[in-house]
Design a protein around this ligand. Structure first.
Ligand code: FPP
Length: 262
């Protein structure tokens, strides 16, 4: 994992190669979360049905998973389907579920070869048995892998996740006075994983769309106008380089300012 691994898959002298050289591999974001948006617009620009945008978006998923693993990112979370997405036409929902199943079936060997541990985060309620079966099979098969953790958020809603965690705390009889932020975080789907340091959103929208609401409290947000089906490793590397130029304060002040008493 690192520069050599990224360079192994990108053409010499390409923008990706130049960006890969700009990354500081000692300061990578531990967890990168991505709101994949713009599939419909991508299709509309080409006078294609919306679902063709989702289909094309699979290539972007492959590229981003590969570059993240090669960089040495610990956790990658992709927002594939929100609890609100059930409002879409049934035919579109069915294509999305079908694409997910197909992706998992086709990519499982690659995930294994790259030591990637797959997990789905979200509610199982409402998912059809065949989708659940495919998800469980992929989780089981990759469960012992020790490399990058790859979460797909499916039937996911940030508020619903927080409510579910509160219910879990109550059901477990946890003393409300003793419950702190660390312990509460462990009750979320992402328990045991670091919070996202970097949140990427494609297609220019400035919204968080009910995604990882608790976990993104201090995430740096990077928005690109690029539509998801056009998003590739180059854009991901751009986001990481931009992230590394930011100054993260977590509500505090600059360290030099502390020393200077300012
Ligand atoms: C948003 O575009 C995208 C989605 C709701 C689905 C994303 C799903 C995939 C890329 C395919 C399956 C995913 C995996 C991980 C295998 P939109 O339809 O809201 O676009 P628009 O805002 O332009 O209409």
């Amino acid at each position: 994992m690192g520069l050599a691994d990224v360079l192994a898959t990108v053409p010499d002298g390409s923008p990706q190669a130049s960006l890969a050289h700009q990354v500081d591999y000692a300061r990578l974001p531990s967890h990168v979360a991505v709101i994949m948006d713009g599939n419909g617009r991508w299709a509309a620009q080409r006078r294609l049905p919306r679902v063709e945008g989702h289909r094309a978006g699979i290539d972007s998923v492959r590229d981003v998973v590969e570059v993240s693993a090669r960089l040495g990112i610990d956790v990658l979370t992709l927002y594939a389907f929100s609890v609100e997405n059930w409002k879409r036409p049934p035919a579109e929902v069915s294509v999305l579920m079908g694409l997910l199943k197909r992706y998992l079936r086709l990519e499982l060997d690659t995930l294994m070869e790259n030591d990637i541990r797959f997990r789905v985060i979200g509610s199982e309620d409402g998912l059809s048995p065949d989708v659940r079966f495919e998800l469980a099979a992929a989780e089981r098969r990759t469960g012992a892998n020790g490399g990058m953790r790859f979460n797909i958020a499916l039937n996911y809603g940030g508020r619903a996740e927080i409510v579910a965690a509160a219910r879990r705390a109550i059901a477990a009889g946890i003393d409300p006075q003793a419950l702190d932020e660390r312990q509460f975080g462990e009750l979320l789907y992402t328990g045991g994983q670091p919070d996202p340091d970097l949140l990427i959103r494609t297609s220019g929208e400035m919204r968080v769309s009910n995604f990882l609401l608790w976990q993104i409290a201090y995430a740096e947000i990077w928005v690109t106008d690029t539509l998801w089906p056009d998003f590739r490793s180059r854009h991901f590397l751009e986001a990481v380089v931009a992230y590394q130029k930011r100054e993260r304060r977590y509500g505090g002040i600059k360290e030099e300012a502390v020393g200077a008493g300012r």
